[in-house]
Design a protein around this ligand. Structure first.
Ligand SMILES: [Zn+2]
Length: 411
């Protein structure tokens, strides 16, 4: 086992702490730039943020993105990206790039496709859809050596184990990479989660062995919804010389309780986390952000802001009618917005809100042929809204007012 800490390609300095929770601010720095944390990392699955161009990304002042190892390995291929000089050059993006390990696809292309079980328990809409179309076969086959994936593009077979994941991520040239892991769904039994965790822990050690030392490597805590497995995983992963720690996997058995289960899980493991940066994989609703920040999470990645924008859901603050029940969003295609000449959100200073009303967005969202305009405007608003919220959170932690801000939003 590797116990000696290497010189890290990442530096993380904690700059302020909240007195009444584990919330903290910090500066995370790599060769490509720095971000102030807590930070919500926009997702650029296939090395682009859907609906945005380079200028939009610059105007939004996005300093860090997360790209997907599985998808880029298949298309356009990690070797092609390596030959282009790595992801930063390939995307023409000057900022920090995270990549995931490919392990999430064991869930998204496996059980989630087959039965509708996702990270946060059973997704009922997806389940209904699956029941209607009959269950689909899984796209993955898991063994102790790694995972055999079927390509979503042409059904060809691809094997990714810890060594392969490290090689692909090295070719991608991202700043921060993730150890290869099995992301399990919430419907699995204790004995399955235990076996999966043994695999993930072995792969964590192999990821340390095979990763490119010029890249910062995060170990991933798994263990499903089981307390002793989560603690075991947290102890093991934090005992290894990773540059940062990530929390992944499934959290709860039922969709309704999954949020509380997630908070509970972070509470169980928080005492095993140290001053290394902590990343929460794939979480990003507004109430989750507050709950995770108060439990010491430094960075998040989430497709929500961009995905829900395209699904006609736009963020609004409390002052514009947002609350926990409506998830701080409005569905812009509802009839009531047809003649609504107000801004999407009263407090938002994004370029969309500067020039367009709710009625404008309603009209664009309803248009069948020219939906690119809508998607771009909506994505800009949602990303700006979230980046701004995280800025408010950072300011509040520094000013000793985080609890007040959290209470204000989650009342
Ligand atoms: Zn806006």
């Amino acid at each position: 086992m590797i116990t000696k800490k290497k010189e890290s390609p990442l530096s993380f300095k904690i700059t302020a702490r909240d007195k009444r929770s584990r919330a903290r601010t910090g500066i995370l720095k790599t060769k490509s730039g720095k971000i102030e944390t807590p930070y919500l990392i926009p997702v650029a699955t296939k090395a682009r943020i859907i609906a945005l161009n380079k200028k939009d990304i610059k105007n939004l002042n996005i300093k860090c993105i997360l790209a997907n190892t599985y998808h880029l390995h298949l298309k356009p291929g990690d070797k092609l990206i390596k030959n282009s000089g790595g992801l930063n050059k390939f995307m023409d993006f000057k900022g920090i790039i995270f990549t995931d390990s490919g392990g999430f696809q064991t869930l998204s292309l496996g059980e989630a496709k087959r039965t509708g079980y996702t990270k946060l328990g059973k997704n009922q809409e997806r389940e209904k859809m699956i029941l209607k179309n009959e269950k689909k076969p899984s796209f993955v086959k898991i063994t102790d050596k790694g995972i055999q994936f079927k390509s979503v593009y042409d059904n060809s077979l691809h094997f990714i184990g810890p060594k392969e994941s490290m090689k692909i991520q090295s070719n991608l040239g991202s700043d921060v990479i993730m150890a290869f892991d099995e992301c399990t769904p919430a419907n699995k039994s204790f004995s399955y989660q235990k076996t999966a965790l043994t695999r993930t822990n072995k792969w964590a050690v192999l990821s340390l062995k095979y990763h490119n030392p010029k890249q910062a490597l995060y170990g991933i805590i798994q263990g499903g919804q089981f307390k002793n497995l989560r603690i075991k995983s947290a102890k093991f992963i934090s005992s290894l010389p990773f540059d940062g720690i990530a929390i992944g996997g499934s959290f709860g058995e039922s969709y309704g309780d999954s949020k509380r289960a997630m908070h509970q899980i972070i509470d169980w493991i928080s005492q095993y986390l140290d001053d290394r940066p902590v990343h929460m994989l794939g979480i990003g609703w507004i109430d989750d952000l507050f709950e995770c920040v108060s439990r010491g999470i430094d960075t998040f990645d989430c497709v929500h802001p961009t995905r829900i924008a395209r699904h006609k859901q736009l963020y609004i603050s409390l002052e514009s009618g947002g609350n926990k029940e409506n998830k701080f969003t409005i569905k812009i295609v509802k009839g009531r917005y047809k003649n609504d000449k107000t801004k999407i959100d009263k407090n938002c200073r994004c370029s969309t809100c500067k020039h367009y009303t709710r009625a404008d967005l309603y009209r664009l969202a309803k248009e069948k042929n020219n939906n690119n305009d809508y998607a771009k405007l909506a994505t800009i608003h949602n990303l700006h809204f979230m980046l701004n919220l995280l800025e408010q959170i950072r300011k509040s932690i520094k000013a000793g007012k985080f609890q007040k801000l959290k209470k204000h939003w989650l009342k």
